[in-house]
Design a protein around this ligand. Structure first.
Ligand code: ADP
Ligand code: MG
Length: 657
């Protein structure tokens, strides 16, 4: 068989310019290689008695020279022979580290965390450099060798210059990047600065297990001279100090029993830029075919941009301590977009650029587990720390409701358990399960009222009346509420589900009903009978009122159970007046929505009813119309709904006075 011949030049060009979307990952790749070289050296030290290594001295050193426009990455790891330089850096897609990992597979994990696998990361250096020089001295070798390339024409391998790793113990590798000049669309200057390199290390390599160090400029106060005058002004001097830039400890790999909450809090606030401690911390670990460590946080306050379109959800994804993606959106469902955290897995199959993942089934498996964990943590909070949960719900409850709405209610069984609504009867927030547990004998609906103010909803005649009759009413003040109920249709009472309140009850579906629905029937038999008697022989009155109100109402009716209110406006059909109001606020929102049929309900027990009857009997159609219109408008106002013509209403009221 013939071998494929590769056009190395073209391949290299492809490699450098097409694989990565993000130039700044070059440093991540070089630091990862250095970390691998240090891992290999430690491994040698453990398995070969002739090799003596001072583990504390193992480090990765960064330096930059603004004038020469160079960045240097050096490690005191295992190094490479001339042969290895040729093979590892001269062959695209040849990974010495992958070979090493396979040869010593049983040790990966305990004292090794080899990162390299594809044999291309090194070439990312050419995205920012037009010349790269690698000087390497293999452990135990007599001399160092140098590899150099412009990333286009080819490379050279030869003896290193005097002074380049020429000490006997100077094993390891030094990589010098000669940066390309900055252009309009490519700023390489930013890498030639302390903060630039610091930032790259912190973002991508913060948890690499060896110290990544750099000489940094610091300033300190000079000691005060003995003979300092009275008005001595302190003097400052700058000095150089070797600083470790990375934090090294991946806190998510530890068992939660080994970590103090304050350390989690510290990690959370510094990593996710929140000044408040998290409400909850969730740490879990999976082992087996797909092993990973996860550390999640539920924030205690709402990020200011949560509802803006710039807000990006996602968990940070790490593989072997190196950051792959800052916000991996696939790990979180939209309705848990507030969750912050990290997932680290050596097993996820990365694509060659190590910027994204190759296959999503692994991610999906992790995402499912993440979702379950968040859900059960929230249930726990709901049951055991209601005050904190109410705060959580105030911050993030709306997103949960939208989650149900936009999935057409398919996830309502789970997410519904997390919802809270204000109970008119209890005067506090309750869950569906709690509502159902407090239902009156024979009650088969969850009643709710929808509008924009809880206070006003509580005062609505229909709500008061329902409560007086022993039925609790959920007061819903968010736009999404009623639309969500429509998607859910009913609440499934499941004795098996995570809702402790449902335990031992029979499984059934309880439908939602708006108390402003014209078909609502909460009156007692007695009340109904009295209303029927009052309505007897009043057909002409009702018809005349209907005529007087014209298109505004579909029907005028005498009903029982309006309590102290003279009248109410109810709706018939699937859309409520509140939904109509909400939809009308969104441009195009009411398009395609069926029109709501309004019913003016009259309370025969109210003195106003007598006035209507009197006007009808006197044949005074003008007065009947006036009374009818005022009744209709005031009922709308009570329910928090807009009236057609406030000026007309005011005129009508004045003329009645
Ligand atoms: P990968 O890290 O995926 O193997 P790279 O292109 O980053 O691919 O590196 C290619 C190979 O070069 C590595 O597998 C390793 O054998 C060798 N190598 C790169 N950098 C170093 C280093 N600093 N010390 C020792 N060997 C190195
Ligand atoms: Mg590499």
């Amino acid at each position: 068989m013939r071998q494929f011949k590769t056009e190395s030049k073209k391949l290299l060009d492809l490699m450098i310019n097409s694989i990565y979307t993000n130039k700044e990952i070059f440093l991540r790749e070089l630091i990862s290689n250095a970390s691998d070289a240090l891992d290999k050296l430690s491994f040698e030290a453990v398995n070969n008695p002739d090799v003596q290594v001072d583990r504390d001295a193992l480090a990765i050193d960064l330096a930059f020279d603004k004038d020469a426009r160079t960045i240097t990455v050096s490690d005191n790891g295992i190094g490479m022979t001339a042969d290895e330089l040729d093979k590892n850096l001269g062959t695209i897609a040849h990974s010495g580290s992958q070979e090493f990992k396979q040869a010593n597979a049983e040790h990966q994990g305990d004292d090794m965390d080899i990162i390299g696998q594809f044999g291309v990361g090194f070439y990312s250096a050419f995205m920012v450099a037009d010349r790269v020089r690698v000087v390497s001295r293999a452990l135990g070798a007599d001399a160092a060798n140098a590899w150099e390339s412009d990333g286009v024409t080819g490379y050279t391998v030869g003896a290193a210059e005097p002074g380049e790793r020429d000490g006997a113990d100077d094993h390891g590798t030094t990589i010098t990047l000669h940066l390309r000049p900055s252009t309009d669309d490519e700023d390489t200057d930013k890498f030639l600065s302390e903060w630039g390199l610091r930032d790259l290390v912190r973002r991508y390599s913060n948890y690499v297990r060896y110290p990544v160090r750099m000489m940094v400029e610091k300033s300190r106060q000079k000691p005060k001279p003995e003979d300092a005058p009275e008005d001595y002004e302190p003097e400052y001097e700058s000095y150089q100090e070797l600083e470790t830039l990375n934090s090294m400890t991946p806190i998510w790999k530890k068992r939660s029993s080994e970590v103090e909450q304050k350390d989690y809090d510290e990690f959370y606030t510094s990593t996710f830029h929140d000044w408040e401690k998290p409400a909850r911390t969730i740490s879990f670990h999976a082992e087996g075919a797909l092993s990973y460590d996860a550390l999640l946080f539920i924030p205690s306050q709402q990020p200011w941009d949560l509802y803006s379109k710039d807000y990006e959800k996602g968990l940070a994804l790490y593989s072997s301590n190196v950051m792959i993606q800052e916000k991996c959106a696939d790990l979180l469902p939209d309705y848990y977009n507030f969750v912050h955290g990290i997932v680290d897995s050596p097993d996820v199959t990365l694509n060659i650029s190590r910027e994204t993942l190759q296959q999503n089934s692994q991610l999906r498996a992790i995402a499912r587990r993440v979702e379950k964990k968040v859900h059960s943590e929230l249930c726990d909070m709901r049951d055991n720390d209601r005050e904190a949960y109410e705060k959580f719900f105030k911050n993030f409850g709306r997103g949960l409701k939208f989650g149900i709405y936009s999935a057409y209610g398919s996830n309502a069984a789970d997410l519904g358990q997390l919802l809270l609504f204000w109970s008119a009867r209890e005067g506090k927030q309750v869950t569906f399960a709690e509502y159902v547990a407090g239902m009156k004998e024979g009650q088969d609906r969850i009643y709710y009222a929808a509008g924009d103010s809880q206070d006003r909803l509580g005062k609505m005649p229909v709500v008061k009346n329902a409560v007086d009759h022993g039925f609790d009413v959920l007061l819903c003040t968010e736009d999404v509420d009623e639309f969500m109920f429509q998607m859910m249709r009913s609440w499934h009472v499941d004795s098996q589900a995570g809702d402790s309140e449902h335990k031992g009850t029979e499984a059934r579906d309880v439908e939602f009903q708006n108390v402003s629905d014209a078909n609502l029937d909460l009156a007692t038999e007695d009340e109904k009978k009295r209303a029927e008697e009052a309505a007897e022989g009043k057909d002409a009155l009702l018809a005349d009122l209907k005529e007087a109100l014209g298109e505004k109402v579909g029907e005028v009716k005498v009903v029982a159970g309006l309590g102290e209110a003279p009248a109410a406006v109810a709706s018939e059909g699937p859309i409520s007046l509140e939904m109509e109001r909400v939809a009308a606020q969104n441009p195009g929102g009411s398009e395609g929505m069926p029109e709501v049929r309004r019913v003016l309900q009259l309370n025969p027990g109210h003195p106003v009813f007598g006035k209507l009857v009197a006007a009808e009997d006197a044949g005074d159609k003008d007065r009947l119309k006036l009374l009818g219109q005022v009744l209709y408008d005031q009922a709308l106002l009570v329910e928090g709904l807009p009236i057609d013509d406030p000026v007309e209403f005011a005129k009508n009221v004045t003329s009645l006075m």
